[in-house]
Structures are given as structure tokens and as C-alpha cells.
Ligand binder design. Structure first.
Ligand code: NAP
Length: 314
């Protein structure tokens, strides 16, 4: 089958780090154009807006949206109304309702909508899910601590309303948690730490419960310098499973399992191609719902102002 012609929107860090390399290897898609207000991609047609791109190249059948969540809904809705298939970076939107609206549009216009969770394609995740299926889970501990200045340099949108703050990486952990646990969990308490000059939290501690009293605790922090931590530890009746490096590595009782190489974004584009071929959508809102619950239930405390340039606040 001929590759699907695709337009990439929002040419920033993730578009360059992951989408462009994966698309260059993809058999399912041909990248024909990009839309970005201040950036472009060499060797293809570039436009300042998605509307101009879709008007100029009507045979684009799919778009992949890489801009921040606060800026995504209008563009996604416009593309779906044109019958284009849409792939959304995580988190799929700034609110649950806007993503549900997009899912409805996709259904009524015969288009595929794929709300991606790239961390679910980390190589340790499916083996962890399989291993956990047949065991009785007692406790899960999630530690997701990274340096925002290193990973998100100058990305002020992340600390604006709707940018999610530390939940921007934390939702990746929750996307894995909600994939590997064989039962639903719900938030029972949370503490969110907001810099005094920001609209989104820089740290969060969450507690969840499962149906048999299983305990899930998560600690997210954007202020971690030095060693970076993206770990999930699950204590069960049959041993302790650990996913580390964001799901890239898996060990059981300290013994590492071979799970293969990292290929998260190749996996996402392969799945998007499958969905289009099958005429289906894939929109799982569970990770975003847990984040919304944390904003609903969480206690808030203030902390010192945050500046990307550490000397700015001195
Ligand atoms: P980014 O570097 O800030 O790039 C996003 C691009 O979107 C910008 O360069 C900008 O390009 C465009 N844009 C459109 N509307 C915007 C707005 N209102 N505010 C800011 N930029 C806007 O961000 P990113 O790191 O690529 O992250 C984008 C999305 O990918 C986020 O949802 C993030 O969670 C997800 N993601 C990021 C990473 C990562 O490691 N960075 C990893 C996985 C997923 P123009 O100015 O040219 O329009």
C-alpha cells in the first residue's frame, strides 16, 4: 500500500528529536509538509499554519501534532473536519472534554484519531504487563524526577495554565501505570507544589488505591539535578518487578531481562498506520484523568519562584 501523506505540525524539540527521525524510517507515512509559525523542515514544503498547509496540499491524508497541549485542540478539530487522520502528542489536550470532542469529530468524519502515549511503547512495558497479569500486586512505587532546565529548556508553556508542569513528564509514568496494572486505580490524596510565580506545579506527590487495597504511590519532581530517575517498582507475591529509565529497562528481583532496543516513536507511527488502515481511533484518557483528579483533589503548597535561568531569580 502507498504510504500515507502526512503533515507535521509544531516543529520544536520533540518534532526534531523523535518525529522526524521516525518518519524518515517509516514505511507507512511519507512526510510531505510541515506547519510551524517560526520553524521549518529542510527538503519539504513549509507553511506558517495548518490551514495553509491543508489548502495548498489537499492530498495530505494525516497530520501529526507536536505543539504544546494548550495549542492543539483547534488545529486537531480543523484537520478532522477536513477528514484528515490526526495523531496527537501526549498529553492529548489541555482538558478531558476537548479530547472527547475530538474523538466525536473523528467518528463523525470517518477519520482516525490517535492520542499517543509514547512511554507505553518503551520496550519494558508490554513484558511488565504480561508478567504482572498472573501475580498478586501489593504495592507500586513510582519515582519520576528530572531536571526541567535540562529537558525543557526555556519552555515557559509548561508552567502556564494547561501546561501541566511536572505532570508533563509525570503523565508518561501514569500512562505506563495504567497500561501495566490489571485493575483500575483511583486517587486518594495528593500534594502539589507550585512555584509562587507559576501556574503549574513543579512537584507532586500522589497516592492511589486499587480494588483489593493495593497501594500506588507516585513522586514527581522537576528539580532533580544529577542522576535522573524514571522508575516504577511493583511488589508482588511472586517477586519485585522494576521498570527503570522510563520503561527502557526491566528487572525482576534485581535480575535484568532482555527487552530489546528503544523504538518508542517508530512504534507510535506503526500504530497510527494500523489504525488508519483499520478505520479505527485509539483515545485512552486514563492518564489525563488521573492528572485532572490530582488538580481536583490535591492540596497545594507554594514554593520559591522558578526561573529557567537560575541567575534570574537571584
Ligand atoms: P517545544 O520545543 O516548545 O515545541 C513545540 C512547538 O510548537 C514550538 O516550537 C512552536 O513552534 C509550536 N507551537 C505552536 N503553538 C505554540 C504555543 N502556543 N506555545 C509554544 N509553542 C507553540 O515543545 P516540545 O518539547 O516539542 O513539546 C511539545 C509536545 O510534545 C508537548 O505536549 C510535550 O509534552 C510533548 N513531548 C515532549 C517531549 C520532550 O522531550 N521535549 C517528549 C515527548 C513528548 P512554532 O513557534 O514554530 O509554531
Amino acid at each position: 500500500m502507498a504510504p500515507v501523506k502526512l503533515g507535521l505540525v509544531g516543529i520544536g524539540k520533540i518534532a526534531r528529536d523523535q518525529h522526524l527521525p521516525s518518519l524518515s524510517r517509516s514505511l507507512g507515512f511519507e512526510l510531505v509538509a510541515a506547519a510551524s509559525r517560526n520553524a521549518g523542515v529542510d527538503g519539504i514544503a513549509n507553511f506558517a499554519s495548518t490551514a495553509e498547509m491543508l489548502e495548498a496540499i489537499p492530498d495530505i491524508a494525516a497530520v501529526s501534532l507536536c505543539m504544546p497541549p494548550q495549542a492543539r485542540h483547534e488545529t486537531a478539530a480543523e484537520a478532522l473536519r477536513h477528514g484528515k487522520h490526526v495523531m496527537l502528542e501526549k498529553p492529548p489536550g489541555a482538558t478531558l472534554s476537548e479530547v472527547e470532542h475530538l474523538a466525536g469529530l473523528a467518528a463523525s468524519h470517518g477519520a482516525s484519531l490517535f492520542a499517543t502515549w509514547h512511554s507505553r511503547h518503551a520496550p519494558g512495558v508490554e513484558p511488565a504487563r504480561e508478567w504482572l497479569k498472573s501475580r498478586s500486586i501489593r504495592r507500586m512505587t513510582v519515582t519520576w524526577k528530572e531536571d526541567v532546565r535540562h529537558w525543557h529548556p526555556g519552555q515557559d508553556w509548561i508552567f502556564e495554565a494547561g501546561g501541566l508542569g511536572v505532570f508533563d513528564p509525570g503523565i508518561n509514568a501514569l500512562s505506563i501505570v495504567t497500561r501495566i496494572l490489571p485493575f483500575p486505580i483511583w486517587l486518594t490524596g495528593a500534594e502539589l507544589t507550585f512555584p509562587d510565580n507559576r501556574q503549574a506545579p513543579i512537584a507532586a506527590d500522589l497516592a492511589f488505591a486499587g480494588p483489593q487495597g493495593e497501594a500506588v504511590e507516585a513522586a514527581f519532581d522537576f528539580r532533580q539535578t544529577g542522576q535522573q530517575t524514571w522508575d516504577i517498582v511493583v511488589e508482588t507475591d511472586g517477586g519485585t518487578l522494576k521498570l527503570s529509565m522510563g520503561g527502557a529497562k526491566l528487572s525482576v528481583d534485581g535480575e535484568e531481562r532482555d527487552v530489546g532496543p528503544e523504538a518508542e516513536y517508530d512504534g507510535l507511527y506503526a500504530r497510527f498506520a494500523e489504525l488508519i488502515a483499520a478505520g479505527q481511533s485509539d483515545v485512552d484518557l486514563a492518564p489525563l484523568r488521573h492528572v485532572a483528579d490530582a488538580f481536583l483533589l490535591g492540596r497545594r503548597r507554594g514554593t520559591e519562584p522558578f526561573h529557567f535561568d537560575p541567575s534570574a531569580g537571584a
